[in-house]
Design a protein around this ligand. Structure first.
Ligand code: CP
Length: 307
């Protein structure tokens, strides 16, 4: 039962619950007109303490397309946070007005702490370099709708695997499916954290610096941006930022049914000459983000059109 739950990390939901959200997201994608009044009278609060395009706009458009309404801020300094209000007091106040809230925060663990102060469902929209569970739901809907399966896949994750929260959430979740092989492609300094690797006891995994050596084996290539905002010094960022630039030449021998994914925003890591390749699905992925967030909002609010 998902009604009333918060989503702080992907492991908060069972695979069965994730599957329910993906099935509903797929139905909304195929029959959007069925859902235009699903959340009439409900209010979503969006609390973004860090910048966002996709997550914020997809949540807002999700609620509006369900017939609900949205309040919120995209700059915490326009709220009483600037006067020193605590996270917990802000959330307790927002709970007086809204039915469900979404929060992005630069500090790891902030959404978890906030969720303990309130009764209403809270969704983690990304906390520092830790987790981004709704990006994972987005990624899963994208993969399932194009591959028909979330099992038996070789997934290459390339770029900033150290700070990339989308990678952390996706790896932890894909590891719960059957016969998943992970290929981690990164510079030494941006390798996947040990605490994530330690959870991959039953999965085959391979680490390399060289994308060209492994690209032919992949069913999915998940490119990521080097996370400038998480670096302690600019010199390191400048040295590492262009470690990988995917272009037409590099995907020449990749599988015909490879999915090239990216949570976006991209900086330089995928050349725009890849965008018109049928294997490039990152803008479709951004669209799936709205449908799966519509499904998530409905489930957490306990809205069931078939009840
Ligand atoms: N993928 C993602 O989280 O994008 P935004 O930072 O634009 O929300």
């Amino acid at each position: 039962m998902l009604k009333g739950k918060s989503l702080i990390e992907p492991s908060d939901f069972t695979l069965e619950e994730i599957d329910q959200i993906l099935s509903l997201g797929n139905d909304i994608k195929n029959f959007p007109s069925k859902y235009t009044k699903a959340c009439e009278g409900k209010l979503l609060a969006t609390l973004f303490y860090e910048p966002s395009t996709r997550t914020k706009f997809s949540f807002e458009s999700a609620m509006l397309r369900l017939g609900g309404n949205v309040i919120g801020f995209s700059d915490a300094n326009t709220s009483s946070v600037s006067k020193g209000e605590t996270l917990s007091d802000t959330l307790k106040t927002i709970e007086c007005y809204a039915d469900i809230a979404v929060m992005r925060h630069p500090k790891e663990g902030a959404p978890k702490l906030a969720s303990k102060a309130i009764e209403m469902p809270l969704i983690n929209a990304g906390d520092g370099g830790h987790q981004h569970p709704t990006q994972t739901l987005t990624d899963l809907l994208t993969i399932k709708s194009l591959k028909n399966d979330l099992n038996n896949l070789t997934i290459g994750l390339c770029g900033d695997l150290k700070f990339g929260r989308t990678v952390h959430s996706l790896v932890k979740t894909m590891a719960r499916y059957e016969n998943i092989k992970f290929v981690f492609i990164s510079p030494e300094e941006l390798k996947i954290p040990k605490y994530i690797k330690e959870e991959l006891k039953n999965q085959e995994l391979f680490e390399t610096r060289n994308l060209e050596d492994v690209i032919d084996d992949l069913d999915i290539l998940y490119m990521t941006r080097v996370q400038k905002e998480r670096f302690f010094n600019e010199e390191d960022y400048l040295r590492l930022k262009d470690s990988y630039i995917l272009d037409k030449q590099k995907i020449k021998n990749a599988k015909e049914d490879l999915l090239i994914m990216h949570p976006l925003p991209r900086v330089n890591e995928i050349h725009t000459n890849v965008d018109d390749d049928k294997r490039a699905v990152y803008f479709y992925q951004a669209k799936c983000g709205m449908y799966v967030r519509m499904a998530l909002i409905m489930k957490l609010l306990g809205v069931d059109l078939n009840a």
